[in-house]
Design a protein around this ligand. Structure first.
Ligand SMILES: *Cc1c(COP(=O)(O)O)cnc(C)c1O
Length: 223
């Protein structure tokens, strides 16, 4: 890509409703590029590996008004580090992990913003709640008072047509609505973390409130 990071950010921002939060996904992106994104107005950054993120956060300490979002698969043994270094966890994908995070959050005196990762369609390559399992686990999640459960995160399986991707995103929004209608639960889902470089326009069409964009802002990552 010949355009600069700031030009790409401006182009994407111009396409997003102002209500949609743009999370710049900076996995494998060096800190000078993160600084360029910051200079272009980005304040939300997403990382998927704890160690890599902590190293970069240490170099970027002077950027004090940044919000860090954890978007990767979280192992239980990294849960404490995740809570210490991120205010948003988008990828909480099972009840056991949520319970562990709730306990640790209590001990650490933090109350992280949480999205529950859901699999609207079966996907052997991804973790996350199935819809029936999430509805079953809702009453347990409702007890986890140290977590601010605010959102659902969804990633469609690879290889779908646009209409099918749109359907996954629409069903995610409908699931949030269904959860919010459970009157016995205080969980209120008002964030939909959905949309990556290849499908964010469909996600926005379906009501995404947060999009997680890497490649379109920073270029292809080394494989
Ligand atoms: C890498 C990643 C993204 C960004 O993907 P791009 O296609 O580069 O925009 C978004 N969400 C998650 C969970 C990711 O791992």
């Amino acid at each position: 890509m010949s355009s600069s990071i700031s030009e790409r950010i401006a182009t994407v921002k111009a396409q997003l409703p102002t209500s949609v939060r743009l999370i710049a996904v900076t996995k494998q992106v060096p800190t000078d590029a993160i600084r360029a994104a910051y200079a272009a107005g980005i304040r939300d950054f997403g990382e998927n590996r704890i160690q890599e993120a902590i190293a970069k956060q240490a170099e970027l300490q002077d950027l004090s008004d940044v919000t860090w979002h954890f978007i990767g698969h979280l192992q239980s043994n990294k849960a404490k580090k995740a809570l210490e270094n991120f205010s948003w966890l988008h990828s909480v994908d099972n009840l056991k992990l949520a319970g562990r995070l709730n306990e640790l959050a209590q001990q650490l005196g933090v109350s992280p913003h949480v999205c529950l990762q859901v699999k609207i369609l079966p996907d052997p390559n991804k973790s996350g709640w199935s819809v029936p399992q999430l509805l079953t686990d809702l009453s347990a999640l409702n007890q986890y008072k140290n977590l601010q459960i605010q959102g659902l995160m969804a990633i469609p399986p690879l290889g779908l047509k646009d209409v099918e991707i749109l359907d996954v995103f629409n069903r995610t929004r409908e699931l949030a609505q269904e959860i919010n209608e459970q009157k016995w639960s205080h969980i209120h889902i008002h964030q939909l973390s959905m949309g990556m470089s290849g499908d964010y326009q469909l996600a926005v069409q379906a009501g995404a409130t947060m999009v997680r964009l890497g490649t379109i802002l920073f270029g292809e990552r080394p494989t």
